[in-house]
Each structure stands twice: as structure tokens, then as C-alpha cells.
Write a protein that binds this ligand. Structure first.
Ligand SMILES: C[S@@+](CC[C@H](N)C(=O)[O-])C[C@H]1O[C@@H](n2cnc3c(N)ncnc32)[C@H](O)[C@@H]1O
Length: 437
């Protein structure tokens, strides 16, 4: 006879007490975030900046999920794939995770991130295409953290899992013009920000020059505004804007030329803070993969369309309707699309995803959602009677796997899955999946 909840029905959770200590560990493989993985007393130990085959002396630092996190103190024996990292900030700067791994094993590891996706779907491993590379040194946009201290401004990227800023003179992932701007940018922020200010600076290279946005709480007086306008003049910026995060709106302080970007021959004004693919090279790879997959499958819906990176590439193929949640992006793209047969519509696809009856109008759909994935839009795409071809572009294999699960369960077949290394030396991976039914 049962007397309510049985105490024996739950297995006792074994919690090993944490004691900081040194261990010698053999690194067996790489985890999804690019950390080396060893085992200790039956639990996984994540050891950043190590490679398979390394034997390391490491200090246990605490729990990570069901395992441990350890910091490597000494490489006792180096694994075969280990190489000298090319960047002097590697290991301190939190931007890159894998510069210490040779090219071949690095690329194989990135490809394996998608093998996890096909395995979860039960899809044939043959659908996985070879990885498409985007070279370091090609990024045209980046956001840097800065802190104004008594001695001046630190400007760079956050250290790993920390708010500390690693002050950098250059970054090998970026186009060379970034590092030329760092010294005068430090001097500018030192002049206009009071001690203790922390903020972000976003820089984007456009067709008409650099677009710069500073986000910091400082209140600007007339002299600060003059200094900022003079900086824009001296460095030939296209635009310089400021946003006080508490106050919300972005204030353009100097617009010398409207920042413009080009997609497949169409020129679009870039609203401050609108989404743009990080490099022209990456954008070209993704656009070619999308355009090839869509073929002549018009009419097309471009979901999470941004400024129209893919919509404009598909403009010659027939009717395109583009849906995007950011009003400024829709306004800018719609102006550029006037008379082209591409229609941009503002729509929040999380709140009001395209319904199954709306999706039936389209032969093909491209969807390139934010990191969180397609959300409820994926469920509607999976419902019967929708488009025969889907192209999913994703920067997050975990949410891509979730969306693909829904679509495959809805009757789509995964035709191809191509990794695109848009974010070299990081654990991030872009992918393009083509599905049909
Ligand atoms: C990864 S970007 C892709 C943009 C575009 N496809 C491109 O390649 O440039 C994702 C886009 O989704 C938009 N977005 C985010 N949440 C959204 C939502 N709930 N509804 C509609 N669009 C959204 C963002 O504004 C952004 O433009």
C-alpha cells in the first residue's frame, strides 16, 4: 500500500564536496565550448586552453554543470594538435578560445559540432558539407568594452567569464583599420568620460566610412559634444552616435555621410545598432549558399530578414517578402527595395509568427533567427501544407538542432548542412541547413 511519495523512488544525488586542489590530467577530447575535457573520479573536468593529448597540471576551481572546471597551470606533455597561439593576448582576452589548436584539428572540431546536430536528428552523416572558412583579419564590425580609470582608458574585450577588460592594441580577427583607431579613441574617451565610467564602443566599417556608437552613462556637455564631433572630422568617420543606456534613444552627434552597406548591388542605409553580418567574406559565403538552395523557388519569404542581406540576393528570382522585427531596419531596407519586387514588413515573429495559412503562399522560406532560434515560428513552419523548401541559417547549433527537430518531425528532410566558420578561433559556429518536403 502506498503512503504518498516514496523516499526510495528518487536516486540520491551524489555531490562531491569541492576542495581546491592540484591534479595531473590527461585531456581526452574538446567540449562544445572548446575547452579540453578530462575525467576525474568519474566526473568530467573542463580545462580551458588545452588540446587532446595534453597532460597538464591543473587546479580545480569549482563546479561546471555536472563536472568540474580546472585551470591549467603547466603543460607537462603537449598533445599533437597544440601550436603556439598567434595573438599575444590569447589566454587573457575572452574573445578567442582555440588559437592554441592547429588548423586541421580545429576545423575537424568545428565540423564535429554539427555532427552532434545530425546525430540527434538521426540524419545521414552524408548531409554534412565541408566547412567553409572565413579568414581571420576580415571582421568589419566589433563591440569593445571600455573602462575610464584614473590612469586613462582600458579598451578591448572582456577577460573570459569576467568583467575585467583586457586592454588591446590590435586584434587579429579584425580588419587592420580598427587598431589605428584605438589610440585616439582611448584619448577621446579619457577626455569625455569621468573616472569610473564603463561602456561599450561599436565600430562598423561601411561603404561610406566608419560608423561608431558609444554606449555609456556619461552626460555630455557642449565641450564633450564638440570634442566628439572633432574626432569624427579628424578620423573621417561617417557617423558618430551616443546612447546613454538608461535614457534609451541613440543620439547621432555627427553624421558626415550616411553609413551605407551594399547587398547584391543594392545600397541600404545602416541604422545605428542594426544587425549586419560580421564580415563581407562571411556574408558572401552565406548569401551564395542561400541563393543556391532557393534556386528558382519563388515566391520566397525571408524571415528575420534584417536589412535584407538575403532578400536582395533573391530579388532577381521572383517575388520576395521579407519579415523583420526591427522597425529601423525595415524602414531602411524598404527604402532601398522600392520598385524591386522585394517587400519588407515589420513583424515580431516571436509574438506573431507567420501562420500556417500565410506560409502556404510561399514555395520557399529562408529563416535566419537570432541565437535563441526560431521559437514559435518553427512550429508553424513544421505544420502541414507549408513551403516545399526551407533554408535555415543559424549561429547557434543548439537552437538549430531544436528547430530542425520540429521541422523533421513535421515531414521535412534534411538535404544538407554546411558549417560556416564566421567566428574563427571561437566556439561559435554559423550553419546553413537546407530542408525539403
Ligand atoms: C541573425 S540576424 C539575421 C539578419 C539577416 N538575415 C542578415 O543576414 O543580415 C537576426 C535578425 O532577426 C531580427 N529579430 C530578432 N528577434 C526578432 C523577432 N522576434 N521578430 C522578428 N525579427 C527578429 C533581428 O533584428 C535581426 O535582424
Amino acid at each position: 500500500m502506498s503512503h504518498g511519495k516514496s523516499r526510495q523512488s528518487r536516486a540520491p544525488v551524489k555531490r562531491t564536496k569541492f576542495r581546491p586542489r592540484m591534479l595531473e590530467l590527461d585531456i581526452l577530447t574538446l567540449g562544445a565550448r572548446g575547452d579540453g575535457l578530462a575525467t576525474h573520479e568519474g566526473l568530467s573536468v573542463f580545462v580551458p586552453y588545452t588540446v587532446p593529448g595534453d597532460r597538464v597540471l591543473a587546479r580545480l576551481e569549482g563546479r561546471r554543470g555536472d563536472g568540474w572546471l580546472a585551470q591549467p597551470l603547466e603543460i607537462l606533455a603537449a598533445g599533437e594538435g597544440r601550436r603556439a597561439p598567434p595573438c599575444p593576448y590569447f589566454g587573457r582576452c575572452g574573445g578567442c578560445a582555440l588559437q592554441h589548436l592547429a588548423d586541421e584539428p580545429y576545423l575537424r572540431w568545428k565540423e564535429r559540432l554539427l555532427e552532434g546536430v545530425t546525430a540527434k536528428l538521426g540524419a545521414d552523416a552524408g548531409v554534412l558539407g565541408p566547412i567553409r572558412r572565413v579568414a581571420p583579419g576580415s571582421r568589419r564590425r566589433a563591440t569593445f568594452a571600455f573602462a575610464r580609470q584614473a590612469k586613462g582608458v582600458s579598451l578591448g574585450f572582456n577577460a573570459r567569464s569576467s568583467h575585467d577588460i583586457v586592454d588591446i592594441a590590435q586584434c587579429l580577427l579584425l580588419l587592420p583599420w580598427f587598431s589605428e583607431l584605438f589610440p585616439p579613441l582611448r584619448a577621446l574617451l579619457t577626455a569625455v568620460c569621468p573616472e569610473g565610467t564603463r561602456g561599450d564602443v561599436s565600430l562598423t566599417g561601411t561603404e561610406t566610412g566608419i560608423d561608431m556608437l558609444v554606449e555609456a552613462e556619461s552626460r555630455l556637455d557642449l565641450f564633450d559634444r564638440q570634442r566628439l564631433a572633432a574626432f569624427a572630422e579628424d578620423h573621417d568617420l561617417a557617423r558618430l552616435s551616443w546612447r546613454r543606456p538608461g535614457a534609451g534613444a541613440i543620439e547621432p552627434l555627427a553624421e558626415r555621410r550616411p553609413p551605407m552597406v551594399r547587398f547584391s548591388g543594392f545600397t541600404v542605409g545602416l541604422p545605428p545598432a542594426a544587425f549586419l553580418q560580421p564580415s563581407l567574406e562571411g556574408e558572401a559565403v552565406l548569401t551564395a549558399l542561400v541563393a543556391d538552395a532557393i534556386g528558382a523557388g519563388s515566391p520566397v519569404a525571408d524571415l528575420f530578414a534584417g536589412l535584407g542581406t538575403f532578400s536582395f540576393a533573391l530579388a532577381g528570382k521572383g517575388a520576395v517578402r521579407a519579415f523583420e522585427g526591427d522597425a529601423a531596419a525595415v524602414g531602411a531596407a524598404a527604402r532601398a527595395a522600392h520598385g524591386t519586387g522585394v517587400r519588407f514588413e515589420k513583424r515580431d515573429l516571436a509574438q506573431t509568427p507567420l501562420r500556417p495559412d500565410e506560409l502556404k503562399q510561399f514555395r520557399s522560406v529562408v529563416a535566419d533567427p537570432p541565437r535563441a532560434g526560431c521559437g514559435p515560428q518553427a512550429e508553424n513552419l513544421a505544420s502541414p501544407g507549408g513551403p516545399s523548401r526551407l533554408v535555415m541559417v543559424s549561429c547557434n547549433p543548439a537552437t538549430l538542432a531544436r528547430d530542425l527537430r520540429l521541422l523533421v518531425d513535421g515531414g521535412y528532410q534534411l538535404q544538407s548542412l554546411t558549417p560556416v566558420d564566421q567566428f574563427p578561433w571561437t566556439a561559435h559556429l554559423e550553419a546553413v541547413a537546407v530542408l525539403e518536403r
